[in-house]
Design a protein around this ligand. Structure first.
Ligand code: PAN
Ligand code: ZN
Length: 197
C-alpha cells in the first residue's frame, strides 16, 4: 500500500447523463448571472442594462463530490447559455491556477471556445463535442459560448491548483470574442474596436 499523507478518498464511479449532463452523485452547483460578470464585458453600460432587465443566468458549474484537495482530481461540468452583450459572446469569468498545474476540458454539447492567455500570447481553441482542450500550467483560461444553444464541457483539474480571479482583473485576457457579420471575430481586449483576426 502507498503511504498516503491523507486518508484516501474511496474509489467510486460517476454517472454522466448524456441528455441532461447531470452527474450522479453530484456535488455543489454554482450559478453565475450577468451581475456576477459586471465590469468584465467590453460594454459595461449594456451589461448593466441587461442586469436591470432580467439578470440572466450566464453559466452554471456542477461539481462532482471529489474534494479540491492535494492529490485529488476534481471534475465539473460547465454549461454556458447562448447570448451576447453588445455582440460579445457570453463567457466564464476566467482564472489562472495559482499553483501552476494543467487542466483538461472535454466538449459535451454545443459550440464554444477556450481563450488562453499567458500574459502576452493569446490563443483561441475552438471547442465542440468530443474535442479535448488542453490548458498548460500557467495559462489563464476563459470559456466562450460561440453558438446559439448551450455550450457545455467537462473539466478535470488538480485539487490543489486553486482559482485566482484577480489576475484576470489586473491583466485582462488579451482578446475578446465577438459575433461579426461574417462569423466569429477576435478583438483586442482593451480596444474592442480593433480586430485581431
Ligand atoms: C472550470 C471553470 C468553470 C467556470 O471548471 O472553473 O468553467 O469558469 P470560472 O471558474 O472562470 O468562472 C475550470 O477551469 N476549473 O479549473
Ligand atoms: Zn481552471
Amino acid at each position: 500500500m502507498p503511504d498516503f499523507a491523507i486518508p484516501p478518498f474511496q474509489p467510486f464511479a460517476i454517472e454522466l447523463d448524456r441528455g441532461s449532463l447531470a452527474l450522479a452523485p453530484t456535488g455543489p452547483l454554482l450559478t453565475r448571472r450577468l451581475s456576477d460578470l459586471e465590469g468584465l464585458f467590453a460594454d459595461p453600460a449594456a451589461c448593466e442594462a441587461a442586469v436591470e432587465h432580467d439578470d440572466e443566468v450566464v453559466y452554471t458549474v456542477a461539481s462532482s463530490t471529489v474534494p479540491e484537495t492535494a492529490g485529488e482530481l476534481p471534475q465539473s461540468i460547465t454549461r454556458i447559455r447562448p447570448g451576447r452583450v453588445s455582440g460579445e459572446f457570453y463567457f466564464t469569468k476566467g482564472h489562472v491556477h495559482p499553483v501552476a498545474e494543467g487542466e483538461i476540458y472535454l466538449g459535451l454539447e454545443g459550440e464554444g471556445g477556450l481563450l488562453l492567455y499567458d500574459g502576452s500570447q493569446v490563443i483561441f481553441l475552438p471547442m465542440a463535442p468530443d474535442r479535448i482542450g488542453y490548458i498548460p500550467p500557467g495559462w489563464a483560461h476563459r470559456s466562450v459560448n460561440t453558438g446559439d444553444s448551450d455550450y457545455s464541457f467537462l473539466a478535470v483539474y488538480p485539487g490543489a491548483a486553486g482559482h485566482d480571479y484577480d489576475w484576470v482583473l489586473e491583466h485582462g485576457f488579451g482578446a475578446r470574442v465577438f459575433a461579426g457579420d461574417a462569423g466569429l471575430e477576435l478583438r483586442s481586449y482593451t480596444d474592442p474596436g480593433s480586430r485581431i483576426r
